[in-house]
Ligand binder design. Sequence first.
Ligand SMILES: *Cc1c(COP(=O)(O)O)cnc(C)c1O
Length: 447
Amino acid sequence: MWYEEIGSSDPEIFGLIKDEVSRQREGLEMIPSENFTSPAVMQAVGSVLTNKYSEGYPGKRYYGGNQYADAVERTAIERAKTLFGVPHVNVQPYSGSPANMEVYLAVCKPGDVICGQSLSEGGHLTHGFKTSMTGQIFKSVQYGVREDGYMDIEGARRLILESRPKLIWVGSTAYTREFPFKEFAVMADEVGAYLAADISHISGLVVGGVHESPVNYAHIVTTTTHKTLRGPRGAMIMVTEKGIRKDPELPEKIDKTVFPGMQGGPHDHVTAGIAIALLEASRPQFKEYASQIVRNARALANGLSARGIKLVTGGTDNHMVLVDLTPFGPGRGVFVQEALDAVNITTNKNTVPKDPAPPFYPSGLRLGTPALTTRGMKEPEMEAIAGMIAEVIMKVKDNELPQEREQRIAQIRKFRESLRADASLQQMRRRVVELSSRFPLYPSMRI
Ligand SMILES: *Cc1c(COP(=O)(O)O)cnc(C)c1O
């Protein structure tokens, strides 16, 4: 049995982990930032490396006993350098958000102008959104997307020439098309800014050769390791050749900001997991995996479009599909997400560009194929899933969001209860469980 030690020492947490295993097995995981990491990666994260303190960098640690931790970190660094084609990598950031903060502090001073894609139009919190520290410490200017959902390159250009930021971010959490890295590089070079590409969502696609790499265009590249890259929760900061040409001290600046600037001891167990994930991603099967992710996203997009569902930009180039529910009225995302939850299809409500509803009750739905592709699903399954999602959307599309906040909460609670009693949803849920069971998740994990 797996986790038998947890079972005997803490039955309460064991029960919850067991329930989570079942939830993952019996559902369709379609949140684009999630994935199923390999058992090897999970074992590394649960290994004795969690016991070690290694403040500093390989060969320059503040504690003894680091000969193996050094080798683990050097291996992770070398694998990342080879895989992404960059001269410098820091694998210590605890996660994507601290990694991005470390980039700011390495190249900016508080009060500097920084520029990123706005959260409501696909960007990440850490790219200068007002509730994030990054939007408070720095003067943040934000670009967005055009009416048709594609990146507003002309708008970004005007903004950048006018505000002359010190640091520009390209990369986002809800954008379904190729990122225009080259165009942003031209703008950054024109104003002498650092260009940081945050490829958290697409790093697996970049490594797999199905999305252009930003390495020739950006000075700095950040990525989480747990999304399409399929590793443990963590992040990396890379400095490119172009970055070193702009600023020969950039690698040291980044390293110093990560430690001791922002963080203490690195999570050596995660570093080992990252090293394993990078090895897995260097194998030919990973290229096949990455291209299947994109084929699956296209099949999903086509299946939804064929059923009259509107998509932001009309389709996808990557692992993600953004459903635009505004034709049914504002704020429908929450109802669709709740109804899909009731049939074990896990998704997330998301804003659409120029969303008429507030961000907590947005008018879109974000879907992704990385996790389902890891389970082995292909185009026929995506077509079947598109059919079920479209059916659910049509079923709940007329639910309106009340204006008043208290009423909203009550209405959503009532809606959730009505879902539980719905016979057609119960039947669809059984179909989802049956479909999932044909693609076993962690078959060797007997729990
Ligand atoms: C997920 C993500 C992050 C943040 O990662 P966390 O590990 O959740 O902190 C940063 N940037 C982008 C573009 C992301 O998609």
